[in-house]
Design a protein around this ligand. Structure first.
Ligand SMILES: NC(=O)c1ccc[n+]([C@@H]2O[C@H](COP(=O)([O-])OP(=O)(O)OC[C@H]3O[C@@H](n4cnc5c(N)ncnc54)[C@H](OP(=O)(O)O)[C@@H]3O)[C@@H](O)[C@H]2O)c1
Length: 239
């Protein structure tokens, strides 16, 4: 059975999906899977190079993309698969001595602030009548309680702050959009531009397997007064 079909069971008829960050390894795996789902009537790709395009560091570009794509609304599924680990050649820091204001702030701009502004501008495009899902690729390293190794200050803390944005948006939306599910997602280690410097391909899970697991995990989520933080096997991750 095509796992992504399961979403249909929740929302009634055909569903429409938007994948933001569709040029990345995970974003493109979502696009492929959704295109192969007969119940997904429309898959819209949005990236820096799509038309319209956007930058996470330019709110007006996000606003414009949302305005243009509003003709396709309502969406029942939005996946934000954007993110960055190495920025302008700077990678994750192992020690406090390596912290730089520039890398810290760019990490927050790309992993926290940009995704928060995406929620602000794209939430109005989501279905309010049927169950709808807003899912954002986070990372297990953004879990404060799971941090036993240290290191990676900027990336970890930008993902932890992202998780707080998702939780807060979910609480606010529960009042006005009771059918909306918010989830932070952890995919496992997948080969991509982002992970290439840090893991060998043999250590990685295939993007297709990870995305298939994430779709199945998302499908089991009920709207609640808060966000989920789950991995591709459907396990809950402590914040
Ligand atoms: N791969 C892993 O093992 C792993 C593990 C845990 C979590 N994650 C998370 O999963 C998500 C997807 O990662 P990935 O592995 O698929 O990485 P990826 O292949 O490098 O994709 C990253 C995506 O983010 C976009 N992006 C980066 N900076 C942007 C900006 N300023 N404005 C607009 N778009 C921007 C990229 O656009 P361009 O193509 O234009 O650069 C691309 O579409 C990220 O949030 C990452 O933190 C990944």
């Amino acid at each position: 059975m095509n796992l992504s079909c399961l979403i249909l069971l929740w929302i009634g008829d055909q569903y429409k999906a938007l994948v933001i960050g569709s040029s990345g390894a995970i974003g493109s795996a979502f696009i492929n899977q959704l295109r192969n789902d007969v119940n997904c009537s429309l898959v819209v790709s949005l990236s820096r190079t799509s038309m319209p395009g956007f930058s996470l560091e330019d709110e007006e570009s996000i606003n414009q993309a949302a305005n243009i794509l509003s003709v396709e609304a309502p969406f029942q599924l939005i996946i934000d698969a954007t993110g960055a680990l190495t920025i302008d050649g700077n990678g994750p820091e192992k020690q406090l001595i390596a912290l730089s204001s520039n890398y810290l702030s760019r990490s927050f701009q790309i992993n926290t602030i940009g995704p928060a502004l995406l929620i602000k501008h794209f939430l109005p495009l989501m279905d309010t009548t049927n169950r709808a899902i807003y899912a954002k690729l986070s990372a297990r390293v953004g879990s404060i309680s799971d941090n036993h190794k240290g290191g990676w200050y900027s990336y970890r803390s930008s993902k932890a702050a992202l998780n707080m944005i998702l939780q807060t948006a979910a609480i606010e939306s529960a009042r006005s959009r009771p059918n909306l599910v918010f989830s932070a997602l952890q995919l496992g280690t997948v080969a991509s531009k982002l992970s290439a410097k840090f893991v060998s391909p043999e250590q990685c899970l295939s993007a297709d397997i990870s995305v298939q697991g994430l779709m199945q995990s998302l499908d089991g989520l009920m709207p609640k007064n808060g966000a989920y933080f789950i991995d591709y096997q459907g396990h809950n991750i402590e914040w």
